[in-house]
Design a protein around this ligand. Structure first.
Ligand SMILES: [Zn+2]
Length: 404
């Protein structure tokens, strides 16, 4: 039997973290990436308004998701961006022992989808808003809450463009992904693509007179494997990453309806995850050259309408902050969790870096507890996150310029 919905942390000697109620409120919004996040955004907007703050929303094309951006202080001065995503990965098919959307508290832990990744960070930041607005800040604090991070860091770009359009000065940026409060300085970039291979159908008995899209897609996959073998042997290498070179991978393929029909169409999804020394667009160009020079002439000999098109699913740059950069020591001092080096997961930090900000990743909870059934965060991590944000507010008040 599990305890549900209780606000009792089971520890009579110590009160629950002060931001717990707010975090649980956020967990209760089902913001799975495929669905709208507007209920959560509306709630956050009302909360900010109740503290006298205005904010800007940037929506997706369908108007069913939004980023929220708010500034406490003067946005024209370099400040600190506290960045987090509001969406979460699905719970479909996962065996949860509790309701993932109830904000269940058990044994000094909060369980729920997004508890670690990354509604605790958002809740901790929101709980600190009363302190942020209590006295003037010498360095502004920006809240940047995005949509569609979990499906390729798709939403944040619109918010960053809006920040640039409205004259927000670039400064430092803390992306609060769960790192156990360690300061993380890098992750690989990821370019996710879909290939559409188009040939000509026929009865399979007449296969040589048709263009089998599935078989040409297979040739492209073999070429990707050839490229991967070469990269693994000759680099470029960066030993800070595991594996220490760029990786190529295909994950989904659709083609064909019956064995006795030559398939006309095939689509497959593939990705490049690149170390800083590598350019995913260079790798893509190599595959495109192979198609143009080797495959398309053969295909068009038989069926002139044959084609291979490429669709970009997401293009998220890597994060590459030098360990010697000033922000690293500064955030390490404020977070007090040490250094985390490079990580395997992607984040929005690379997009802030591309826009001229100085980002690191640092937040409460552990990525190893995320994306799984019974995702959780410990009260200890929540408290460490609260102390971190309190020190950031102090730092911003003290007038340590973000450009330093
Ligand atoms: Zn995340």
């Amino acid at each position: 039997m599990t305890k549900t919905g209780t606000n009792d942390d089971g520890d009579a000697t110590r009160a629950p973290p002060r931001s717990l109620a707010l975090i649980r409120q956020l967990v209760r919004f089902d913001t799975t990436s495929r669905d709208s996040n507007l209920a959560l955004i509306d709630w956050v907007g009302l909360y900010l308004r109740s503290h006298g703050l205005s904010f800007r929303l940037t929506h997706d094309d369908a108007g069913k998701k939004a980023n929220l951006f708010a500034t406490i202080g003067d946005p024209r001065r370099p400040g600190v961006v506290l960045s987090g995503h509001t969406d979460v990965v699905p719970v479909d098919g996962q065996a949860w022992s509790v309701d993932p959307w109830a904000g269940v508290v058990q044994d000094d832990r909060l369980l729920g989808r997004g508890a670690a990744d990354m509604k605790s960070f958002l809740g901790i930041v929101l709980a600190a808003v009363p302190e942020m607005v209590a006295k003037p800040l010498a360095m502004p604090i920006h809240l940047a809450f995005s949509y569609d991070e979990e499906v390729g860091c798709i939403g944040v770009g619109r918010m960053i463009r809006d920040m640039q359009a409205t004259g927000v000065a670039p400064g430092i940026c803390v992306v609060g992904e769960p790192t156990g409060m360690k300061v993380v300085t890098g992750h690989k970039g990821k370019l996710a693509m879909r290939a559409h291979v188009c040939g000509r159908e026929a009865h399979s008995a007449l296969a040589p007179y048709a263009v089998n899209a599935l078989e040409y897609a297979a040739e492209m996959l073999v070429e990707l494997r050839r490229m991967q073998r070469q990269i693994a042997q000759t680099g470029p290498f960066n030993r800070e990453y595991d594996p220490p070179y760029s990786t190529l991978h295909a994950g989904v393929l659709h083609a064909g309806t019956a064995l006795n029909i030559v398939p006309r169409a095939c689509t497959f999804d593939f990705e490049f995850r690149t170390v800083p020394q590598d350019d995913p667009h260079r790798l893509l160009a190599r595959l495109q050259d192979y198609c143009a020079q080797q495959l398309l002439p053969q295909m068009r000999d038989i069926a002139p309408e044959s084609d291979i098109r490429f669709e970009t699913k997401s293009d998220n740059p890597g994060l590459h902050t030098e360990e010697t950069a000033q922000i690293v020591g500064r955030i390490e001092r404020l977070a007090q969790g040490g250094r985390g080096g490079k990580v395997a997961f992607a984040s929005e930090a690379g997009q802030f870096q591309r826009a001229g900000f100085d980002p690191v990743i640092c937040g409460p909870g552990f990525i190893g507890d995320a994306h799984k059934p019974d995702e959780f965060i410990t009260f200890d991590q929540i408290r460490k996150g609260e102390a971190f944000i309190a020190r950031i507010v102090d730092d911003a008040r003290g007038g340590n310029d973000a450009a330093q």
